[in-house]
Design a protein around this ligand. Structure first.
Ligand code: MLT
Length: 209
């Protein structure tokens, strides 16, 4: 498999689906982590799963941080750009429609997906964000007019406080996104009710999932 700038996995679609899920793992994960989740969320969609290029004590991440929840914004911006370039190159290499890519990110992966929605909104048709934070607040938010975005938050999450989730939801909503916020009685880890909610939301917003 060609590298295209990121170690990655690509799983082709089945049944003529045009949808591609861009799977973005959490800190310490890799390109295999979310493949099973991707199949559960959208059984027919193609899956594109890169491994984050930054290492923190040997653990892959999508961008550098200075501490828990304190992001290196310059690196986040650079890595978000790299991810957008990778997605474009992958769409040419694997022949999927760049206009039908939905990000599915968990934790650190959800945070770079949020950054991509701010910096490169044209690269994502929508996003499913498991346990996201506010990546950063730009001077000017892009227009996210009608873009479907699902936030899956945990009411017992010790890493992402409730106000942080509400702040992100408000930011995306004010930019015009078609935002859904779902709370699970769960910690920072993905719970089965998150998966069920994401599957239902995807099949409603993206019928060829
Ligand atoms: C981050 O660094 O992106 C967040 O703190 C989530 C995580 O722990 O990876």
């Amino acid at each position: 498999m060609r590298d295209l700038g990121f170690v990655h996995k690509f799983v082709p679609p089945t049944g003529g689906s045009q949808l591609t899920l861009l799977l973005l793992h959490g800190t310490g994960g890799n390109e295999s982590d979310l493949i099973q989740l991707g199949h559960e969320l959208a059984p027919r969609a193609a899956l594109l799963s890169p491994r984050g290029k930054v290492l923190e004590n040997g653990m892959p991440r999508f961008f550098r941080r200075l501490g828990e929840g304190i992001f290196d914004i310059n690196d986040l911006v650079d890595q978000t750009h790299n991810l957008a370039v990778f997605t474009g190159e992958a769409s040419r290499a694997y022949r999927f429609d760049l206009g039908k890519v939905v990000a599915v990110g968990y934790s650190n992966g959800a945070n770079i997906a949020g950054s991509a929605l701010i910096l490169h909104p044209e690269t994502l048709a929508g996003a499913v964000l498991f346990r996201p934070m506010v990546p950063f607040v730009p001077d000017v938010m892009p227009k996210l007019s009608g873009k479907p975005i699902l936030i899956l938050a945990g009411s017992r999450d010790s890493i992402v406080p409730e106000e942080e989730t509400e702040r992100l939801a408000g930011l995306l909503k004010r930019a015009g996104a078609d935002l859904t916020l779902r709370w699970a009685d769960a910690t920072h880890g993905i719970a089965s009710e998150d998966v069920a909610a994401a599957r239902e939301w995807l099949s409603e917003k993206f019928p060829d999932s």
